[in-house]
Design a protein around this ligand. Structure first.
Ligand code: 4BW
Ligand code: 4BW
Length: 149
């Protein structure tokens, strides 16, 4: 049974909804950009979290900022990708959630971001909260409790 099966939205916390870190595609801050683009293309995701060597969350990286780094005058200079590292193209100005935050805090966060990273109090990466999961939960709640209003 799902952890949120019988819970109202007001009782749900981010821990109930997040995709755990072991199921999240991610890259490390010192990986070559070429490796990051490979992970993004192979996984099919537009952007993924970035962690350091101790698995602390440091940012996110997407396909568009990587491609922006190698735009030349007339072509993408893809050969440059192996000489650059993830920290040169990642976004460190990101919101973060903790596992004990509420559903509403998660909802607010994913209005402006397709996914938001979850980290513990020491900054270690726990997982991500996606828009899809928030919307699915909202729909489930609507149909489950509709008869009560
Ligand atoms: O591989 C996929 N499987 C499924 N079931 N849906 C997918 C997949 N790839 C994309 N989607 C769908 C989802 O609805 O397209 C949406 C946008 O994908 P994105 O952003 O632009 O790659 C997906 O919406 P979402 O599930 O709400 O996820 C929002 C964003 O969170 C994704 C991606 O950047 C990130 N993400 C989601 N699951 C991830 C992940 N990043 C790393 N690892 C994961 N497991
Ligand atoms: O330039 C941006 N400004 C803002 N404020 N948010 C952005 C920007 N670029 C991306 N985002 C955020 C948004 O939350 O990343 C999400 C995914 O972007 P995407 O898919 O992968 O380029 C954005 O989510 P959204 O606003 O719900 O938009 C979902 C998708 O709809 C975008 C893009 O494919 C399309 N889209 C949105 N506005 C568009 C547009 N396509 C063309 N023109 C627009 N004005």
């Amino acid at each position: 049974m799902s952890a949120t099966q019988d819970k109202k939205l007001t009782d749900i916390v981010i821990d109930d909804l997040m995709i755990p870190s072991e199921k999240v595609a991610h890259v490390q801050v010192n990986n070559p950009l070429e490796h990051a683009l490979l992970i993004l293309v192979k996984s099919g995701y537009s952007a993924v979290p970035v962690v350091d060597s101790s698995y602390k969350l440091v940012g996110t990286i997407g396909k568009t900022p990587i491609l922006n780094k190698v735009i030349g005058l007339e072509r993408f200079e893809m050969e440059q990708l192996s000489a650059m590292q993830v920290h040169e193209a990642m976004n460190t100005d990101i919101p973060r959630l903790s596992t004990s935050d509420t559903f509403m805090e998660g909802l607010k966060a994913v209005i402006n971001y397709p996914f938001v990273c979850v980290a513990d109090e020491d900054g270690y990466f726990d997982g991500i909260l996606t828009r899809r999961v928030i919307l699915k939960q909202f729909k489930r709640d609507y149909y489950t409790f509709k008869s009560e209003v």
